[in-house]
Design a protein around this ligand. Structure first.
Ligand code: GTP
Ligand code: ZN
Length: 353
């Protein structure tokens, strides 16, 4: 596997340059287990773990390598093993709130170029959900492309496309029927060698069907994710960064399927650029867009140029992000307190000695 085929680019090369040292090289994280990683490199597949130093310096889950990351490694050639010394800066990342009550960021996948936002054109079609996914996509740094799947089940395809066009300014929209492999050719421009893609969308929209079509039958692996497994026991053996026959790489991690919003401020601005622009035009800086005079949002709503459902969704997502940001702040404060407690304890111990 040559590095360019794995997605290596000037972006990563320039951050590796200052770290370059005798005996160090780079590889890409393909699978993440509890404490070990499978890497793709120009020497083939390697099994790897992080150095003690990286582990020691890591304070949060996001400081550890994730699927898609480019990492700096030292290879022990004789054993096909490597130690991970550092993670190169990420070009894009998808995060979610870690499962459970804790407000912690968990990175699901990184360095994705194109994210396919999949929706079904069946009864499940929902522009508000597409807005939500668009926000996540824009926030990640990856470029979104909207896939409207199950066209065979829809009698008003054009109408649906028009509805999506109205909320996704300039984002490419591809209509397909993965079930009958119709329309898949339109994905080709995004699947060139060295490109990394991922599929995002709710359950049942056809993500597995699409990825199986892209992967082709011969490599098709059975998903070995066992529900109700002991926590921390990772028995999955399927690849998570898969090389497609076209030369592109597809990220297929279970986590990508359960993405809960983690952040999105920038994504919100991008997704609702029309509303953000109206807000700028309101007479009062702190306009709540309710009954205030000179409210550009109300005017657009009254005039029918802004869809009320879209505006409601914008407000809802904004509230959600604010709530999340407050929780994240609380957690940071707590972490900071704990850190200082540790330091004070060390100082006391030192004085005693
Ligand atoms: N009619 C029709 N059915 C499709 C199409 N694509 C997928 N399906 C069906 O929709 C169902 C769900 O497809 P999946 O590929 O499992 O959906 P998914 O998004 O991977 O779902 P999760 O694994 O739950 O996230 C399956 O029964 C597919 O056969 C299509 O283009 N047309
Ligand atoms: Zn207003």
């Amino acid at each position: 596997m040559n590095l360019n085929c794995l997605g290596w680019s000037d972006f990563f090369a320039s951050s590796f340059e200052p770290l370059r040292k005798e005996g160090l090289t780079v590889a890409r994280v393909a699978i993440e287990h509890k404490n070990t990683y499978v890497l793709y490199s120009d020497r083939g597949e390697l099994s790897a773990e992080v150095t003690g130093k990286l582990r020691y310096q890591a304070t949060e889950a996001k400081d550890f390598p994730a699927v898609g990351d480019w990492v700096v490694i030292r290879v022990r050639d004789s054993e096909k093993r490597a130690t991970i010394q550092a993670i190169l800066p990420r070009k894009s990342k998808f995060s979610r709130k870690a499962v459970g009550a804790k407000t912690e960021e968990q990175i699901v996948a990184t360095n994705i170029d194109t994210v396919f936002l999949v929706s079904g054109l069946d009864g499940d079609f929902n522009p508000r959900r597409i807005e939500r996914y668009l926000m996540t996509a824009w926030d990640s740094g990856a470029t979104p492309v909207i896939l409207l799947n199950k066209a065979d089940l829809c009698e008003r395809v054009e109408q649906c496309v028009a509805e999506v066009e109205a909320i996704a300014f300039g984002v490419p929209i591809i209509v397909l029927s993965a079930g009958t492999s119709q329309g898949l050719d339109a994905l080709k421009p995004y699947l060139q060698s060295g490109q990394t893609v991922a599929l995002l969308g709710s359950s049942g929209v056809g993500k597995s069907t699409i990825s199986n079509q892209l992967i082709g039958t011969e490599v098709q692996t059975v998903r070995a994710v066992r529900k109700g497994d002991d926590r921390g026991k990772h028995t999955t053996t399927h690849r998570e960064l898969i090389l497609l026959p076209t030369g592109a790489l597809i990220v297929d991690t279970p986590g990508m399927r359960e993405l809960q919003i983690w952040s999105g401020d920038e994504g919100l601005q991008e997704t609702f650029a029309d509303i953000e622009m109206l807000v700028q035009q309101c007479r009062f800086r702190n306009c709540q867009h309710e009954r205030e005079p000179g409210c550009a949002v109300q005017q657009a709503l009254d005039g029918g140029t802004l869809d009320y459902r879209r505006f409601l969704n914008y407000q809802k997502l904004q509230k959600e992000l604010n709530y999340l940001a407050r929780k994240q702040d609380q957690r940071l404060n707590l972490l900071e307190k704990e850190r200082w407690k540790k330091i004070h304890k060390e100082i006391r111990n030192y004085k005693k000695r």
